[in-house]
Design a protein around this ligand. Structure first.
Ligand code: ATP
Ligand code: MG
Length: 585
């Protein structure tokens, strides 16, 4: 491709609304342009990269045996009503009404659509297992679209769904997808860590997110340096190191007047204790039901764990009316044996039974000190349901081996789930087994954010000059910059360019009528992996300068014939591929 026939709208200035490197560089290098909030247009260079990422995904998915489909993006509300998600998906779904008053949404994900499609086609155990996928546009009305295409409202996802007769078969495909994902991300130059994740309202059991460690990541990963355990912060179990032995309970502890002392900080400072020696009582409403959650004062409630423990779908903080209904004094709520009978009580497992705590006294402007939960925690008919309810944090014990956990930020580029029977049951997907008996199916789902991968690669591969693309997804493998002036010299460059075009090496020729500085800057900003410069040295001594963008290494090639130049470039390309594999094992 010749630059003079292409469009290279590169800019020097960072876009005003961009805060992360990938967003700035995608705009500056002329890969995308913002259309509106969370909406981006892909320009030819950006699209070429996106398509390369897609084709890596397709190749690996196809080689795993998955079958490609393409379903409508517009999905009728009936599908979502069948699964019970029409209401649950809330405001994230773009909903619309057609001229016949039928309501649909722009699909944020396609479990329902694929179940609807596959149900009549899967009749016998012989049709299973099957893994179906598409690479298609998704819409999500994100509360906060940000970081450019990392969190946008319209994006491309590779989503696949597998159907099985039993859990064993589901596990086989799940493990195969796990392996396939490692190959996909490895091939595009992304070093990912699969971390155990919460399966949220998707239902099901196993779930792992593929994370790329990055300071701009929105997810927090807990990583064990000793045994290799990886979990996201929501999923990671928090374990109490020494379980206390039950002692007497002092439900009446010492009551102390605490005027204007409400927050955990205020309580800890008033009583001169550490925050961990106080109890934080979180008053919540869940599906219309009042809940009190007791956690150590220095910890944060993990809503995902609470939802899992309680089976509740929507939880939010109690408002003044709810507090009044349950006779609760905000800021002074503490353990009690005489709560409103309608309240559900949850107590975090990291609260010790025989340690003394400062707690709310359930009286306006009063706390109790020296409160011990004691036996009340261990009675079979205990008031409290005792479960793990807090967010993990750095230094917590690894749930696997007990060593101290580290914390990292990560970008989620892919996700694999065992969905179980949530959707197959809702859509009544059944087949006949070997014995002619009707069996319910079970299901897995597997997603990759294509545009997010592209941005994440840039996050990993950039420097002060711009992007350095991994060879596998680079818009072109080689950029040819000629800074010769005379017509006869340009004719020789044209000849080399034409030979490259026939050689299978993907080449971009910056033949624009611009100064060398400008061309060099653009090629570094855009991030072509290899640059060939043909200038004065070429005219005088047949010398071509080869620059490897990532390492900055320069090689002088004395041009004798095209074949030897081609061989040298092909070897460099091969080395860059080897490098890519080596850094992602
Ligand atoms: P997140 O927690 O980042 O919102 P998610 O859990 O909602 O992600 P999934 O429903 O598992 O994401 O979707 C599969 C993949 O699609 C994600 O791993 C991510 O790479 C990508 N993805 C999800 N939402 C967006 C978005 N708004 N913009 C771009 N890519 C997205
Ligand atoms: Mg999301």
């Amino acid at each position: 491709m010749k630059a003079s026939q292409f469009l290279l709208p590169t800019t020097k200035e960072d876009p005003q609304d961009a805060v992360v490197a990938s967003h700035k560089l995608m705009i500056r290098a002329g890969l995308v342009r913002k259309s509106h909030s969370g909406l981006y247009s892909y320009l030819p260079l950006g699209l070429k990269i996106l398509k390369k990422i897609e084709s890596i995904i397709r190749e690996e998915m196809n080689s795993s045996g998955a079958l490609e489909f393409e379903l409508p993006i517009l999905t009728p509300s009936e599908f979502w009503e069948t699964s019970g998600r029409w209401d649950k998906m809330g405001k994230e779904m773009f909903r619309l009404q057609d001229r016949h008053d039928n309501v649909s949404c722009l699909g944020p994900t396609h479990e329902e659509s694929f179940c609807h499609l596959m149900k009549p086609m899967l009749k016998s155990y012989k049709d299973l297992p099957i893994n179906v996928y598409q690479v298609h546009t998704k819409f999500r009305d994100e509360i906060r679209p940000r970081y450019g295409v990392i969190r946008s409202r319209e994006f491309t996802m590779k989503d696949s769904y597998s159907y099985h007769l039993d859990d064993e078969s589901l596990d086989e495909t799940y493990q195969l997808m796990r392996k396939t994902y490692r190959s996909i991300f490895g091939r595009m130059g992304l070093a990912t860590i699969p971390v155990q994740a919460d399966s949220g309202n998707m239902g099901g059991s196993d779930s792992e997110e593929f994370m790329v460690v990055s300071p701009i990541g929105e997810e927090t990963l807990m990583i064990c340096p000793s045994c290799g355990y990886n979990g996201n912060i929501e999923k990671t179990a928090v374990i109490l190191n020494e379980e206390a032995s039950p002692t007497k309970s002092y439900l009446d502890g010492n009551k102390v007047e605490t005027p204007n002392v409400k927050s955990i900080e205020e309580v800890a400072s008033f009583f001169s204790v550490d925050k961990s020696e106080t109890i934080k009582t979180v008053a919540m409403m869940g599906d219309g039901q009042g809940i009190l959650v007791f956690i150590p004062g220095d910890r944060e409630l993990n809503e995902a764990k609470l939802k899992n423990a309680s089976g509740l779908n929507e939880i939010y903080a109690m408002g003044p009316k709810d507090l009044e209904q349950y006779n609760l004094k905000a800021g002074f709520i503490g353990p009690s044996s005489t709560f409103h009978p309608g309240l559900k009580l949850y107590l975090d497992t990291s609260i010790s039974a025989n340690r003394e705590y400062v707690v709310g006294a359930n009286e306006f402007e009063f706390h109790k000190k020296g409160f011990i939960f004691g036996d009340s925690l261990f009675h079979k008919d205990s008031l409290y349901e005792r479960v793990d309810l807090v967010l993990a944090r750095k230094g917590d014990s690894c749930p696997n081996c007990g060593s101290g956990l580290n914390e990292e930020k990560g970008i989620e580029v892919g996700h694999i789930f065992k969905l179980g029977q949530k959707y197959t049951k809702a859509f009544e997907m059944k087949v006949l087994d070997k014995n002619g008996k009707t069996r319910d199916l079970t299901m897995g789902c597997y997603g990759i954010g294509v545009n997010r991968c592209m941005a994440t690669i840039i996050e990993q591969c950039n420097d002060e000059k711009g992007i350095f693309w991994p060879i596998s997804v680079a818009p072109f493998e080689v950029c040819l910059v000629n800074i010769t002036k005379k017509e006869e010299d340009t004719a020789r460059v044209e000849e080399i360019y034409q030979s490259f075009k026939l050689s299978g090496i993907d080449i971009f020729w910056d033949d624009r009528d611009l100064g060398p500085g400008f061309k060099f800057k653009d090629s570094e900003l855009i991030g072509f992996p290899i640059r060939l410069t043909l200038g004065k040295d070429f005219v005088e001594r047949n010398e071509i300068n080869i620059l490897i963008r990532k390492s900055g290494k320069e090689i002088q090639h004395t041009y004798t014939n095209f074949e030897s130049l081609k061989k040298q470039i092909a070897d460099i390309i091969q080395d860059l591929y080897t490098d890519l594999g080596a850094s992602n094992v």
